[in-house]
Design a binder for this molecule. Sequence first.
Ligand SMILES: *Cc1c(COP(=O)(O)O)cnc(C)c1O
Length: 397
Amino acid sequence: MTTPDVDPLVARMRPFGTTIFAEMSALAVRTGAVNLGQGFPDSDGPPEMLAAAAEALRGGQNQYPPGPGIPALRRAVADHQRRFHGLEYDPDGEIVVTAGATEAIAASILALCEPGDEVICFEPYYDSYAASIALAGAVRRPVTLRPGDDGRYVFDPAALRAAFGPQTRLVLLNSPHNPTGKVFTPDELALVAELCQEHDAYAVTDEVYEHLVFPDAAAPHVPLATLPGMRERTLRISSAGKTFSCTGWKVGWASGPAPLVSAVLRVKQFLTFVNAAPLQPAVAVALALPDAYFTEFQEGMRRRRDQLVAGLTDAGFDALTPEGTYFVTADVTALGGRDGVEFCRSLPERCGVVAVPTQVFYDDPEAGRRLVRFAFCKRPDVLTEAVTRLRQLKEAR
Ligand SMILES: *Cc1c(COP(=O)(O)O)cnc(C)c1O
């Protein structure tokens, strides 16, 4: 019997409440705080891309596009991967356009995992990973990233090795990594590749920050699919949202060998079927922009990173300088914080800034108990205001 006072939600989704982003963004609105919680830019992407979208919208490209995405976008995705990473994918059969990277990740897991299969991911993990794994009835096996002596997040290679077993179906690898800003090094990638091959596991790589690696990173971004033996077992995922400052468009893609891409497409067609018809040609234009766009984008974001890291340090945080992405994580211990969730809930009232506690992205919350994440993909004047406000924390002590 169904009764209204019983939670109708299936058991496997009950651990997933409202996302922390929704809670913190609502708090920002209610308190008028500067929102450095959610990672979305506050300025628009390249004008050529916006013009192409407007033109497509007015030009009648408003009906269902082809299931795998319009040919022009699939070609642009292939060209872009050849240009930046030397990777060859056939636009007909080895690339599928999705409703953001989020759908590509969900469809990949749903397509490849039987109930009980294990998915290895590095924690703290992007919040949709745990939910997608749960929807598939699969089991997550997290490997913990911890701040090392040099301020870079590292993992214990023995822990990664131990996470692999007979039930391992795939590794979900996010590099450059949100929320830590870590860029996996060639040695770390080589170990992931070796273990995938030893255990005959697939890799699903989330590379939405592929263009946001800063020049002082220990290593440039290297797609796992470029390592020997990995192309044939890797689904490489990326998206327009972060690279072209259009997170609301939700245009992403997955590339890989035809059998893997075909499996993703078969699930994807019943999740959304297709998406974003007039935006697809615009993203094709953006992907073909000259190198200058990509270097200026990265350089602008590096300046913002430096501004926020300096401001956080000055305000008394132990900020960990990220090598890539939109985010900086910081330890709140020096400011008297003992728990990131407590700290972030009180921060708007204390000084008018919103951040996100990263402990919610760990299976082992202790590992991230005192860490919080700030987004720096905001206008410099917004960052200046945030930093001015954060300085009050020290003065109030
Ligand atoms: C933003 C983000 C996504 C989601 O990308 P969409 O294209 O908006 O779906 C996926 N993974 C990571 C790590 C992200 O930061």
